[in-house]
Design a binder for this molecule. Sequence first.
Ligand code: ADP
Ligand code: MG
Length: 340
Amino acid sequence: MTLERPGPSTSPRDAAAGPARTAPQPRRARYDGPLIACDNLVRIYKVANLEVVALQGLDLQVDAGEFIALVGASGSGKSTLMNILGGLDVPSAGRAVVAGHDLGEMGRQRRTDYRRRGIGFVWQQTARNLLSYLTARQNVELPMLLNGVGRGEREARAIDLLARVGLAERGEHRPERLSGGEQQRVAIAVALANQPAVLFADEPTGELDTVTAHEVFDLLRTVNHELGVTIVVVTHDPLVSEQVSRTVAIRDGRTSSETLRRRAVSQQGNHHVISEEYAVLDRVGRLQLPRSHVEALGLERRVRLALEPDHISVWPDRDRSGDGAGDGAGGDGDSGGTGA
Ligand code: ADP
Ligand code: MG
């Protein structure tokens, strides 16, 4: 993992020196472009003689420092994507690059290295994140131990991280003596131990009650803000996904829409959040219309398009259903020479 610190004032040792809460600058990477780039990603599982296409040409870009939520129905491919981004699985086709690592091209050693140093991962199952026979502090130290970090730095950094996740007093407890929410907090500290470029979390609050889930989510936001670590989190919770600046919806193994949120101030001076949903346009110009739009107009098989000065119109192919007479569509479906 080759990360360049933005300035002389934020060496990783400063961050590990103690529980001082000075917010380090977001770490900037040496490469250009988005931190995460998935391009036409395909993952096909072969089970006996059946092929399951879990990802079918998924595109996704995430900039350094972003905190995004992935949402989608069960079976839509979210975990498949996370496993590829986490270096646990490889794509069948297409490209995935994270922090300069081309995930389809890495050999075994580099993949292990990437998992250890390049990224942090938090799973839904609390038990999967922590070793039960180690204390919270030892769990946080373990990734650093595997990474060859010296004892003094390991301890100092583990103590700092436990303080950051609000568990300064719980360091000597084993997981069984921690609540589910506390265990997930420790898991976040473990995932951050080696100062990864990205933190991935696959439904990290899925086993928690609503209140605790929101606390854990608040912690992720704080960590994103204070440490500048990029976060990609899969969640089912619509309330939670409303708290991030970008939500990416996955449907049938593709990104289908994105919701962007920004803060705005009304004329009366009230702060509110403006949320807008966008359809995703892929590199070759394909667009997936929201199911509700398709159903509302009974769109089927093909539509007519017209390019206007500042937008494109989409009409049902009424000729086929027999009620298109007089609406100006010619027999060949061209509505006036502005083919889109
Ligand atoms: P999600 O996390 O959105 O619920 P998954 O990525 O787990 O979705 O699954 C996407 C699709 O791939 C589903 O149809 C699922 O059954 C299938 N799938 C996932 N993992 C495997 C596997 N190891 N072997 C076969 N099929 C799988
Ligand atoms: Mg899943």
